[in-house]
Design a protein around this ligand. Structure first.
Ligand code: ZN
Length: 155
């Protein structure tokens, strides 16, 4: 059995008047995340972890901010492409572990919903997916939000 591990990181600034998407879930009543696409930093971190594990660069290389096709795009599209590449190389996802560093929104009330949505989007069962929320203690006030993700692939 061959295993690969991937690490993803993403951060976005908040943007007033834009809806907030995290892990493919729309979170009501919160500021959205700035970005060329829907700004879903969690899905972007997952995509980078997947691409990293198979050695195929990162989300910025595949989906350039210069490219008008991705303006306002749902980040689900980026995930689908990363999953296609993982599958093409013969790998399956063993597990996905994510951290969302955020004071607001609070992650605890939405994390199960996010986990289920990631499960739907990836086809990986929910018990193989972990979503954790951490407050940003000890570093500067929330102008934005940070997400980290590791994935393990097997073939
Ligand atoms: Zn991003």
């Amino acid at each position: 059995m061959e295993v690969r591990v991937g690490l993803g990181f993403d951060s976005h600034e908040f943007e007033e008047g834009k809806p907030l998407f995290l892990g493919g879930v729309k979170i009501e009543g919160e500021k959205g995340l700035k970005g060329h696409s829907d700004g879903d930093a969690l899905l972007h971190a997952i995509v980078d972890a997947l691409l990293g594990a198979i050695g195929e660069g990162d989300i910025g290389e595949l989906f350039s901010e210069e490219d008008q096709r991705w303006k306002g795009a749902e980040s689900r599209v980026f995930l689908e492409e990363a999953l296609r590449r993982v599958k093409k190389k013969g790998y399956e996802i063993a597990n996905i572990d994510c951290v969302i560093v955020s004071d607001r929104p609070k992650i605890a009330p939405v994390k199960d919903k996010i986990r289920r949505r990631i499960s739907e989007l990836t086809g990986v069962s929910p018990e193989r997916i972990s979503v954790k929320g951490k407050r940003r203690e000890g570093f500067s006030e929330g102008e934005g939000l940070v997400c980290l993700c590791t994935v393990l692939l097997v073939r």
